[in-house]
Design a protein around this ligand. Structure first.
Ligand code: F6P
Length: 342
C-alpha cells in the first residue's frame, strides 16, 4: 500500500513520535511505502510532498514540532481546494491517508469521506479537549512546562509579596490550567468552562492575604471569560477555522487585580513555550501507541475513524463522534483544585 501522512493544526510535542511509529510499522511490518505531505492539508492541496521512510525518521523521537510541518489550512474555505486534494492523492498514487490533528484537521478528514478520500485520524492537541479520547499526547508535556513555570513564579512571588498571574493555553477548555494549577499549588484557577467574577477573584485574594499569605499564583486559561459586562477584553482575529486568536486575558486580569486590591501584580503569558520542545515520556509512549494503531487501522480498512485512548486501551471511534463534542474539564477535578483556592 502507499500511505500518505500529514500533521495539521497547531503543533504539539509527540507528533514526530507518531510519524516515526507509523513509518516503522508500515515499512517493516506491512511493506508499505509512505509519503509525507508538507504543512497539513496545504501540502495535499498543493501537491507538496516529502520523502518519508525509516531513514528520514532517525533521531526524531525526542524532538518537538513536526518534521512534516503544519498549518491551519482548511480546504473547505478555499475555492476548488477539495478537488485539488482528490487530484493530488490520485496523482501521487496514495491509497490512504493518516491525518494527525485536532478537531479542525480531523473535521476536514471526515468531510473528505464523501469525496472518496480514505483517512484514519490520530488525535492531537495540547488542549486535551477532544471528547472521544481520554487524553491527547502533548497535553502532559504542556502541563509539565506550565507546572515548572509556576514553581519558578512561586519563589519570585514570595520574595516580593506579589500576585503572579500565569496565563496558559486552552481556548475552549481549561485542562492545562486545572492540571497545572493543582500541580503548581495555585491560589485560583480560571477556566473557559465557567465565567469568572472579578470581584470574587479579588475578594478571595484579599482574604488570603489578610490571613498572612502575601504571595499568590492565579492560573488563567487564555479562553477564560469574565462575567458579562464586568471586564472589557480586546477581540482577536479569527483563523481559517473561525477560532478567535486568544491571548491577553492575563494582562487585563493582572491590571485589574492590582487596581482593585492594591497588591503588586505581575503577569506571565506562557504562550507557545507550552507547545515547544521535547515531549515527556508519557506523551512519547502514547504517541507511539497511536501511530502503530493508526497504520493497523489503515490495513483493516477502518477509514473515517480515529484511534483513541479509552480505559487505558487503544480503540477506534468514528471521526464524526471524535470531532462532534468538546471535552470540557471534569467538574470533579475543578472541585479538587477549589479545595486549595484562597
Ligand atoms: O489548539 C492548540 C492551541 O495551542 C491553543 O491552545 C491555542 O489557542 C492555539 O493553538 C494557538 O494557535 P496558533 O499557534 O495558531 O497561534
Amino acid at each position: 500500500m502507499r500511505v500518505g501522512v500529514l500533521t495539521g493544526g497547531g503543533d504539539c510535542p509527540g507528533l514526530n513520535a507518531v510519524i516515526r511509529a507509523v513509518v516503522r510499522r508500515a515499512e517493516r511490518h506491512y511493506g508499505d511505502s509512505l509519503i509525507g505531505f508538507r504543512d497539513g492539508w496545504k501540502g495535499v492541496i498543493e501537491g507538496n510532498t516529502q520523502t518519508l521512510d525509516v531513514e528520514a525518521c532517525r533521531g526524531i523521537l525526542p524532538k518537538g514540532g513536526t518534521i512534516l510541518g503544519s498549518s491551519r489550512t482548511n480546504p473547505y474555505k478555499l475555492d476548488g481546494a477539495v478537488d485539488e486534494v482528490v487530484a493530488t492523492l490520485k496523482r501521487v498514487e496514495v491509497d490512504a491517508l493518516i491525518a494527525i490533528g485536532g478537531e479542525d484537521t480531523l473535521g476536514v478528514a471526515h468531510k473528505l469521506e464523501s469525496s472518496g478520500v480514505k483517512v484514519v485520524g490520530v488525535p492531537k492537541t495540547i488542549d486535551n479537549d477532544l471528547s472521544a479520547t481520554e487524553v491527547t499526547f502533548g497535553f502532559h508535556t504542556a502541563v509539565q512546562i506550565a507546572t515548572d513555570a509556576i514553581d519558578r513564579l512561586h519563589t519570585t512571588a514570595e520574595s516580593h509579596d506579589r500576585v503572579m498571574v500565569c496565563e496558559v493555553m486552552g481556548r475552549h477548555a481549561g485542562w492545562i490550567a486545572t492540571y497545572a494549577g493543582i500541580a503548581g499549588g495555585a491560589a485560583e484557577v480560571l477556566v473557559p468552562e465557567e465565567e469568572f467574577d472579578i470581584d470574587e477573584v479579588c475578594d478571595f485574594l484579599k482574604r488570603r492575604h489578610s490571613q498572612g499569605r502575601f504571595a499568590s499564583i492565579v492560573v488563567v486559561a487564555e479562553g477564560a471569560k469574565p462575567k458579562e459586562g464586568t471586564l472589557a477584553l480586546a477581540s482577536g482575529e479569527k483563523d481559517a477555522f473561525g477560532h478567535v486568536r486568544r491571548g491577553g486575558i492575563g494582562t487585563v486580569l493582572a491590571e485589574e487585580i492590582e487596581k482593585r486590591t492594591g497588591f503588586e501584580t505581575r503577569v506571565t503569558i506562557l504562550g507557545h513555550i507550552q507547545r515547544g520542545g521535547t515531549p515527556t515520556a508519557f506523551d512519547r509512549v502514547l504517541a507511539t501507541r497511536f501511530g502503530v494503531a493508526a497504520i493497523d487501522a489503515v490495513h483493516d480498512g477502518a477509514f473515517d475513524q480515529m484511534v483513541a485512548l479509552q480505559g487505558g486501551q487503544i480503540v477506534r471511534v468514528t471521526l464524526e463522534a471524535a470531532v462532534g463534542q468538546l471535552k470540557t474539564v471534569d467538574p470533579d477535578l475543578v472541585h479538587v483544585a477549589e479545595v486549595f483556592f484562597g
